[in-house]
Design a protein around this ligand. Sequence first.
Ligand code: PEP
Ligand code: MG
Length: 585
Amino acid sequence: MTRTNIRLNGRGVAEGTAIGRAVVAVREARQVRYRLAAGRVDRERQRLRSARAITRSQLEEISSRVSRTVGQAQAAIFAAQLLMLDDPMLADRVDELIRTERINADWALERAISELHTVFAREGDAWLRERIGDLADVGGRLQQNLRPGRDPLVSLVQELDGPLIVVADEVSPSIAAQLDWTKVRGLVCDVGSPTHHTVILARSLGIPAVVGLGSATQVILPGQTVAVDGATGEVVVEPDHDALERWKQRADVAAVALRKLDELRGIPGATADGVRIRLEANLEIAEEVGRVLDVGAEGIGLYRSEFLLDRAPATGGVSEDVQYETYRKLLGAMAPRPVTIRTFDAGEERWERLGHTQGHRERFGLRGVRAALQHDARFRVQIRALLRASAHGHLRILLPFVTSAAEFRQARALIAEVARGVPGVTEVPIGAMIEVPAAALTADRLARDADFLSVGTNDLIQYTLAIDRTDERLSGHYEPREPAVLRLLRMVATAGRRANRDFSVCGEMAADPLLVALLVGMGFRAFSMTPAALPVVKRSLRAVNARQAEKIARLAVTADAAEDVHRLLAPLADAMHAAVAVAAG
Ligand code: PEP
Ligand code: MG
């Protein structure tokens, strides 16, 4: 009998509840596991046969080329690999696993390779042990040929019927951007953090997500029913009738709360004492603009254009015309409201669609405006597309990862040069993202050259505190209330106000009502956040007295520690809770 109600607890990072069948993905989602319905077995066996045929012809071709150009001895390596391909312990075993255990070919192959690996490693024979490398090579090639040119998780989800729950060790943003989220209802990850781009995307699409479960991919079996609560971080595997009822109740309560929030839709953002606050939304997938309009956002404060690269069919970027169409539609859908489009903030890995990141190289390397200035051909293409589209609405261009005023001026000059080649283009405001301490510390200089400043707290916190924002082991230290972070934020607010420039916050800090109140106390009057957070922030602000927030903010920047700031914020938290209780009746 299968065990029911296995409970796992992780960190809830995207609110909402979901129930679906598990698709398990490991090795950064490059290997996928799923149980087959009876009718799918033959198709899966056929997939294996074609993968084998492609692999055979590739190996024969390589073998004859190597034999011609390098020598017979070297070509023998590939002859050995061809033999391995026909070894009954490989292909026949995969076929057997598909038939008897009804598992997808990718998973069956993974299992057969692991069995063979154990045999080879155990053998006393050195020759056989050396074949382990060849096994990995042939296995990898077969694996790739099972889904030629396609990302395994993306293609598996496409084949299956929903609702599905993706259970993964981790999912890169470029894979996440390509998934069919109408079928995937929930995300459960062994690792992860609230500011990882995959999680940001899930939140933005309203997909419940729980991360940091450690071993979800080992505990949850493919095909099992999984219930996810993205607020509490609870995951229940094979929920029984009572557990399913509880989940349904949670969904009903959430739906009622949402309807109540909807009443605020047409009301502008403001504090209890009448200070006007502009509330905009962040967007990752342009086609999802409806979510931004649904919550009554006053504009798009951050469109993360690099997600376009992830969704493009091939590597190497997106054409000017495809970009133009995307921007034009987005501007048109939002008009006359402003749309702030951030130029690609992508390192080499994302440009080349490697599907994984080299960590520090991605974070500290050639990214943002720095990369734009080095590969200026791609930057020029994007700027041309943006300027061409600008006639269709209210465009603002935002440059990411700026570190100095000189760098900003260089990018600005390049934009002006591109603009001279675009007929009839009018002036478009160009802003700087403040997301590295160097930019915050020189915000007064940047405010002279930039038309507006937008603070990216996700990165600003990471670089100020030297805490990798995607490393869940450090999540307790990733702390927006740290006085060092608050001082930098205050510097930006002061610089923006003195230079009479528009300044706002678009990092995840802007989605936390209490932190928004603190930022209002520092002088910020505009925020951009994930769409679902907007009504919640709007309601909370109505309970906040801006004068009181100012006093608290003054004390907060001179506090010793984040805990002190937490205590200082207590009166604002109480006011917000009281308002929520009244609204709930
Ligand atoms: C930020 O760094 O706060 C930000 C908004 O940009 P991203 O999360 O895309 O790095
Ligand atoms: Mg950033």
